[in-house]
Design a protein around this ligand. Structure first.
Ligand SMILES: NC(=O)c1ccc[n+]([C@@H]2O[C@H](COP(=O)([O-])OP(=O)(O)OC[C@H]3O[C@@H](n4cnc5c(N)ncnc54)[C@H](OP(=O)(O)O)[C@@H]3O)[C@@H](O)[C@H]2O)c1
Length: 331
């Protein structure tokens, strides 16, 4: 793949907001791009590059990957590596690139969970696939209850010391383990700059403890699946359309789309229309209204989706009445 002609927009930073990641020196764009879906082997490679270029042209400089994103495992990182080689490598210092390890990746006892062996080997693989010398942030993708937390955290500390990751983060850690993990890292002079958790209008648990806890620790919070994988868009208001994630991925099952949920989505859509937004825009704005949310990581299967979703930032203020109405719909 060749794209030596790509010249990023000179105005790319003009219309994006950047938020400080906890008490770190890092600023992240309010909207980040994820590579979980849409960048697997069966997805069009050129379309993926268009999405990446469009994102970068509009101030999205944070890209979220993981060792197992595909399918198959590793495919999204390989593709990202080709994108780096073909047109993005000259902009490496403008990019904040994340990867993770902790879900099943390769066969045998070392290709999963949170041992030192697994985290170190996986990062080496990820760097090779992505054509990178280092990642900006390396996450433990999930807590491993069978590995001593100290081993997982010390591996992160040593990875930072090795220069293969500049920062580290936690993904989906339960609150009690997150507390210990933050403390271990801090005691070893590696501040945990980011907690990544599922947070959207339909999944609000992080509001209770995880976000306040991260905030108190000086750790940023980044929301994944902010559109509930597409449910919080106009995609499913009239049923399940052909080509949607619900028809293609095991991670979003048709059973999830109950009549009750469709009813709530339609009510939310009415609030969005009154605000002059699409449901997707309102769902993202609703997350970004909280300053403790550093960024939202969206997925996009087309440039058009990304283009539309970027409008969310134009109105992230909600009246008390709107918030109460939304709470009532979601109750
Ligand atoms: N740490 C973790 O364990 C974890 C877990 C999950 C995700 N993540 C990260 O979070 C990222 C985002 O997750 P996600 O993809 O679930 O995010 P999402 O933003 O909730 O869902 C994205 C999907 O919604 C649909 N969509 C987006 N905008 C739309 C629009 N304007 N109109 C209609 N449909 C629209 C598209 O699906 P279709 O067009 O295909 O229907 C798109 O692929 C991932 O890529 C990954 O980086 C992390």
């Amino acid at each position: 793949m060749e794209n030596n002609t790509y010249v990023p927009s000179p105005s790319r930073y003009d219309n994006m907001g950047y938020r400080r990641c906890g008490k770190s020196g890092v600023l992240l764009p309010e909207i980040s791009l994820g590579f979980w879906h849409n960048f697997g082997e069966h997805h069009d490679e050129a379309r993926g590059l268009d999405i990446l270029h469009y994102a970068f042209d509009h101030g999205i400089c944070h890209f979220d990957l993981a060792n197992n994103y595909g399918p198959p495992n590793g495919a999204a990182e390989e593709r990202f590596g080709r994108y780096m080689k073909c047109s993005m490598h000259t902009h490496r210092d403008e990019m904040f690139i994340a990867t993770k390890a902790g879900h099943p990746m390769w066969a045998g006892p070392y290709g999963d969970w949170g041992s030192r062996k697994s985290l170190v080997a996986s990062l080496d693989q990820s760097l090779r696939r992505m054509n990178l010398d280092y990642v900006d942030i390396y996450y433990t993708h999930r807590h491993d209850p069978n590995t001593p937390l100290e081993e997982t955290m010390q591996a992160l500390v040593d990875i930072v010391r090795s220069g293969k990751a500049l920062y580290v983060g936690l993904s989906k850690y339960p609150e009690e383990v997150a507390r210990k993990a933050y403390a271990y890292l801090e005691a070893h002079d590696v501040h945990c700059i980011l907690y990544q958790g599922r947070y959207n209008m339909l999944t609000r648990q992080p509001e209770e403890v995880i976000i306040p806890q991260a905030h108190q620790n000086g750790t940023g919070f980044i929301a994944f699946s902010p559109l509930a994988q597409g449910l919080l868009t106009d995609r499913y208001l009239q049923g399940i359309p052909e080509g949607s994630r619900m028809t293609q991925s095991n991670f979003l099952r048709p059973e999830a789309l109950t009549n009750e949920l469709i009813g709530r989505l339609r009510s939310l859509n009415e609030v969005a229309i009154r605000r002059g937004q699409t449901l997707a825009e309102m769902a993202l704005a609703w997350l970004l209204r909280d300053e403790r949310v550093t960024s939202v990581i969206i997925g996009a299967s087309s440039v058009e989706q990304l283009q539309k979703n970027l409008h969310a930032r134009e109105n992230i203020a909600f009246t008390a009445e709107e918030l109460a109405e939304i709470d009532a719909i979601l109750a």
